[in-house]
Each structure stands twice: as C-alpha cells, then as structure tokens.
Ligand binder design. Structure first.
Ligand code: GLN
Length: 280
C-alpha cells in the first residue's frame, strides 16, 4: 500500500496516543528523523509518498517509542534554551523546568564580569552551555561523576561554546578542593528511591544516578548545601533545582548552613522548583 506523509503521520499519531502525552509531536519528530527533514518540511509536502524502507525505519522507531523509550533518546537530540544538545541514555534528558535554573542564574551573573561559575553534575552540559552562550566573560567549570556523560557534555560544548567550559570528572565537590566560585548551580538527582513506581515510566530509560537520591530524594541536595559554603566566595550564590515537595526542607537546610536571602521560585507548571541562597 502506498503511504503519504500525511497518512503516515495520522496513523502514527493515533497509535502513539496510548503511550505518549504528545503523540502528534512524537510522530513528527520521529518521521522527521527518518526523512532527515524538519517538522515544517513535513507539512510543506503532505502528499509526498514514503518508500517501503522509510516506513520500515519509522516503524522500528515507533516500536521503541511504544515500549516507553523517550523521543530524545531515539533521535539523540534535545532542545534546551534554544540550543540543540546531543543526548544518549548516559545523560538525563534536559527538562524545560531546568530552564528556570538557567534564567535565575542569569539574573544574578553579571553581563561583563569574569566571575566563576560552577555547574555540578552537568550531564549533557545543558546548564553550563546555556550560561556560556549568554555570559561571554564568565569562567565556567562543569563536573560529573560519569566519564561518558562528560564526553557528551564536551562534545556539546565543542559545538555550541568552544573553549568556554572546563570539564572535570568527580563527585560533587571532591575534585574541587581549595577552589572558590561566585556561583554554584546544580540540578542534582532528587527523586525518592523508594517511589520510582510513582514517577513517569520514561524515567526507567534514564541514568538512575541522575534521578534517585536516597529514601527522601534529598541525600545529594543535603550534601551540596552542607559543603557549598567552603567553595563559595563571600556573597556568592548557590542555586539548586529540587522536587516540588522539597522547598521547605531546602529552605531549612540552607538556613542551618548559614545561607541568607533564601528564595524559592516556581516553574512554568506552578511548582516550587528552584531555591537560591546567598553565602554571607
Ligand atoms: N525533574 C526530574 C523528574 O522528572 C528529576 C530530575 C532530577 O532528579 N534532577 O523527575
């Protein structure tokens, strides 16, 4: 049977409704990958015929999508802060809510100062790269405990902001002894390891070390808050992403660690998502 772009998209969209919150978008992105065309191009030629081998490839991608594999891992790409990042199952897929963390950081990081900015647990490099593109004079360091994640972050940085970020392998502050920063930013794992079944099934495809952090999800955040004062200059800022139900605990932990000007900000879904605090 001869399929057109339009009929192929419509059939796929219907089938994806059972698996995905965004069946139309998923169908467009996956067919776009097979045809090496962007989404606008798909709509420019709706009656274009699709070859059998293109249908085969598309069906293979759809089968993986039906099994819950995220679209970003099928295409190997994800847009964040209008930047196209390479992603693989070795890194967390950058989320729209993490753009809030970037936005708040940029509100504090001066435009024309060579201040030092640290992104802890950089994954694909999304946060550090977004900041590098917006603040040409700041000095960026990004760390990750996973060497495979670091190599992907480096690849992204080489393409999007060459020579701007120093990448270091290691867990949280361990490789940074004696260093001081003006800004420390992190989107650490913060999901409770006891309730993975309550969260999105797509999380099963992402690296668990980027998602889960102890029984209450706060193990890594606690460590970051406790150790950050030793690595912050006077008046430096700590900005942390956290779970929607962790803002009160975060505020208390930051207060106990001596931070001031503690403020929680809400993401686009209206959930408390980022808490910032200043080191006196
Ligand atoms: N925001 C992610 C989620 O969807 C969690 C990411 C993280 O733990 N940093 O659950």
């Amino acid at each position: 049977m001869t399929e057109t772009l339009k009929s192929t998209l419509a059939n796929a969209q219907k089938l994806l409704e059972a698996t995905s919150d965004s069946p139309q978008l998923d169908a467009e992105i996956l067919l776009g990958k097979v045809l090496q065309a962007n989404r606008a191009a798909l709509y420019a030629n709706p009656e274009q015929l699709i070859t059998d081998s293109q249908i085969d490839k598309f069906e293979q991608l759809l089968a993986q999508r039906f099994s819950g594999k995220p679209v970003a891992y099928l295409t190997g790409l994800r847009e964040f802060w209008s930047l196209e990042l390479k992603v693989t199952p070795d890194v967390l897929i950058p989320r729209p809510e993490t753009e809030l963390l970037v936005e708040l950081s940029l509100m504090h990081i001066p435009e024309s100062d060579d201040c030092k900015v640290l992104d802890l647990g950089c994954g694909s490099g999304a946060i550090a790269i977004a900041i590098a593109t917006e603040r040409p004079s700041c000095k960026l360091t990004a760390t990750d405990t996973s060497l495979t994640a670091l190599s992907i972050a480096r690849e992204n940085a080489d393409k999007l902001c060459p020579k701007r970020i120093q990448f270091i392998n290691g867990s949280w502050f361990a490789p940074l002894k004696g260093e001081l920063f003006n800004f420390i930013i992190s989107n650490p794992p913060y999901v409770s390891s006891q309730q993975p079944q309550l969260t999105d099934p797509e999380l099963e495809h992402e690296p668990p070390q980027a998602l889960y952090s102890g029984a209450d999800g706060l193990d890594d955040l606690r460590q970051l808050v406790t150790e950050a004062p030793d690595y912050l200059m006077n008046n430096g800022y700590l900005l942390l992403e956290h779970g929607f139900d962790q803002a009160d605990t975060m505020t208390e932990l930051l207060r106990q660690a001596g931070f001031v000007n503690i403020k929680t900000h809400h993401d686009l879904a209206g959930l408390p998502r980022v808490t910032e605090a200043q080191h006196p």
